[in-house]
Unconditional design. Structure first.
Length: 85
């Protein structure tokens, strides 16, 4: 498989995670739920593309899964923090 195609999965995971974290900040810290949903439309679209590529074996999880693990850890911590506010 072409090395450039395999790198697309990591790029999608990093970009999607970064956008998602921005949405999480709006939702969990700023409590601006509407803006968060508007931001998540973009990250959700990117993650649909990412998982479509995984399904078609265009790339494997590898480092991309580690990126998303840290994104979800951030979501967990900021969600608990937001609930305590």
């Amino acid at each position: 498989m072409n090395i450039e195609i395999k790198n697309i999965g990591l790029d999608l995971a990093v970009i999607g995670s970064a956008i998602s974290i921005i949405g999480v900040l709006y939702n969990n810290v700023l409590l601006d739920h509407r803006s968060a949903m508007q931001i998540w439309v973009f990250s959700n679209t990117i993650f649909v593309l990412y998982f479509y590529g995984r399904e078609k074996d265009l790339w494997d999880g590898g480092l991309a899964d580690k990126v998303m693990k840290w994104m979800y850890a951030f979501m967990l911590v900021s969600g608990v923090w937001g609930l305590m506010q």
